[in-house]
Design a protein around this ligand. Structure first.
Ligand code: AMP
Ligand code: GLY
Length: 444
């Protein structure tokens, strides 16, 4: 597959159905290399305006059908958005020498789907990460949290759609979190073992890098806002909004992160005979002792991708193809110097129980030629119904994303833009992008 030339025109299949994929699909649509874009059968209304839905669920349970369909439709490139298909081994199952896939193999994606494995790799390669222990039995986990005096964080080791982490303020919470994972099995097999970590304090940043096995290109840094409430309060969510770039890391800081985090991670995998190709995402906490890795993801983040794509300049299809085929060094792209901010409009009750099916008003459609604008509504959990009605279909409904000359300006515009989306029970945070104003820059 290495150095397979990008065809003049190629049919692309994009797997994933949310805001991240809408932003990716929009940039793919602008590529002169795109012939036809196929999207997920469950795609949101925004994606359906840019591509054609596959006729059937894209699941490996139907591998033989899928392979036939890919050949029949002459699909030349597949891009995988979410972690689930990566953890299931979709890349291993469907990539061929003529049909590359953007995304890591199951073995490489283990950095995300097995937090215990990620911790081991980080320890072996001296990547800075919170001190912690992996416990595989309830007894060992309870004994460990009971004997610790400092606050800790309990993490189910498997994939839990962002819900398997409990940041605990005391022993009682830690014991309850361990029991939730290992006794009541709230996260199923994902909580069979847990990672128990020291609880750190600091600002969080998301650093994403394209990796083609050897070459690593670190992208501009984003800041996500994980907690549901204003001023970072309430339970964690998938992300209530983000901005990019963040002034918290200078170019020199980013180079240190590349050297101390990304190079050892990719190299650590390679020593085990595993090549990482795709996007590697390090969730960092900036502590007084320098940045520490809280987690690795093996895919684009959401909402991080919405702000990254708003600023991306270049041919995304070509960039992802060159990454997937081992020639990232040939990719040419840059980022708009302005700051992008995304404010996510959510359904009442999120991240808990929500109601679906509410009519959405004020949606601004994104067409592929909307390349020079400064505001986009990326759709997350939306659904196209009969008579072109668009309704809510989940927790995070729309990412109102704007460019501005500063974080403050982008934040102000995106917050105003978010107010123009309406549906029963809609809410959003009004302080996305505000926290850098009160936080000093960290130099490492
Ligand atoms: P993770 O999925 O491991 O990134 O954890 C989800 C969220 O939990 C992070 O974005 C942090 O806000 C928080 N978190 C995770 N690990 C720690 C830690 N060691 N100390 C403090 N907060 C943490
Ligand atoms: N925004 C965090 C994530 O995508 O996991």
């Amino acid at each position: 597959m290495s150095s397979l030339p990008l065809p003049e025109k190629v049919n692309v299949l994009l797997i994933g159905a949310g805001g991240r994929e809408h932003a990716i699909a929009w940039r793919l649509s602008q590529s002169t290399h795109l012939k036809k874009l196929w999207v997920d059968p469950n795609a949101n209304a925004g994606l359906l305006a840019l591509g054609t839905a596959c006729p059937e669920e894209f699941s490996l349970k139907r591998k033989y059908y899928l392979e036939r369909w890919l050949v029949q439709e002459n699909i030349g490139f597949i891009i995988i958005g979410p972690e689930g298909p990566l953890a299931d081994g979709m890349v291993d199952a469907l990539a061929t020498p003529e049909r590359p896939i953007f995304g890591p193999t199951k073995a490489a994606a283990r950095l995300e789907w097995d937090k215990a494995y990620a911790k081991t790799i980080m320890r072996q390669t001296s990547i800075p990460t919170p001190e912690g222990r992996v416990c595989t039995t309830l007894g060992a986990a309870l004994a460990y949290v009971t004997e610790r005096d400092e606050p800790c964080v309990v993490k189910a080791t498997g994939l839990c759609a962002g819900k398997g982490v409990t940041v605990c303020k005391d022993k009682h919470e830690a014991i309850a979190a361990v029991r939730k994972c290992m006794e009541s099995k709230e996260f199923g097999d994902a909580g069979t073992s847990v990672v128990i970590e020291e609880r750190l304090e600091g600002q969080e940043v998301s650093v994403l890098a394209l990796v083609d096995g050897r070459t690593i290109t670190v992208l501009d840094t984003c800041q996500d806002h994980k907690q549901v409430g204003e001023g970072d309060t309430g339970p964690n969510t998938g992300g209530m909004g983000a901005f990019c770039p963040t002034p918290l890391l200078s170019d020199a800081d980013l180079q240190s992160v590349a050297r101390d985090v990304f190079v050892p991670a990719v190299d650590g995998l390679r020593r085990q005979g595993i090549e990482f190709r795709g996007v590697l995402f390090a969730g960092l906490m900036l502590t007084h002792a320098g940045p520490k890795v809280l987690e690795f993801n093996c895919r684009f983040g959401d909402p991080e991708t919405q702000v990254l794509m708003a600023r991306f300049q270049g041919d995304l299809l070509k960039t992802l193809w060159l990454t997937a085929t081992g020639r990232l060094a040939d990719a040419e792209f840059s980022f708009d110097p302005r700051t992008a901010c995304c404010v996510v409009v959510c359904s009442e009750g999120y991240p808990g129980e929500i109601e679906k099916g509410h009519l959405i008003t004020g949606l601004v459609p994104i067409d592929k030629s909307n390349n020079s604008g400064d505001r986009w509504m990326f759709q997350g959990s939306t659904k196209l119904e009969k008579l072109k009605k668009i309704v809510t279909n989940g927790g995070r409904v729309v990412g109102a994303t704007c460019l501005g000359s500063s974080v403050q300006e982008a934040s102000k515009s995106a917050t105003e833009f978010a107010k123009t989306v309406g549906f029963s029970g809609a809410f959003h945070r009004s302080d996305i992008g505000q926290r850098t104003i009160i936080c000093p820059k960290l130099t490492i």
